[in-house]
Design a protein around this ligand. Structure first.
Ligand SMILES: [Zn+2]
Length: 129
């Protein structure tokens, strides 16, 4: 069963998915879920967790959450550019700051990142049904 079909089936049964801690919580009327449904839920659990986390406005995985924490930056720690004196605006994976106005490599990195961010959309809760 595809994840879409599984979600449609759950919705028809009146089951509601939610995230509890790092796990998937399923609230369904008593007796409506068959053994086959439960087996399908177990098989699709990683994808359902990912989709439900996105639907609830959470990072899609623990790795993504760690990445977002890493992105949170203390503005007081951002250095000024040696050349132009403005704040550096690109941080490398090695935790070094670069100025996109003065460093072509940093500018290319910034443009790629902005392009990737422009491709990301945050689905609304109703979109996965
Ligand atoms: Zn600069």
């Amino acid at each position: 069963m595809s994840t879409d079909a599984l979600l449609d089936n759950l919705a028809e049964l009146g089951a509601v998915l939610s995230i509890r801690g790092n796990d998937l919580d399923i609230d369904a009327p008593a007796g409506v879920l068959t053994d086959r449904d439960i087996e399908a839920l177990r098989a699709a659990k990683p994808e359902l967790l990912r989709l439900q986390r996105i639907a609830e406005g959470l990072p899609p995985s623990e790795a993504a959450a760690e990445c977002l924490e890493w992105i949170a930056t203390d503005p007081a720690g951002v250095p000024l550019c040696d050349r132009c004196g403005k704040f550096c605006d690109v941080q490398t994976m090695a935790d070094a700051w670069k100025c996109s106005a003065c460093d072509p490599m940093a500018n290319a990195r910034k443009r790629r990142t902005l392009w990737l961010l422009s491709r990301v959309t945050r689905p609304r809760p109703g979109m996965i049904r």
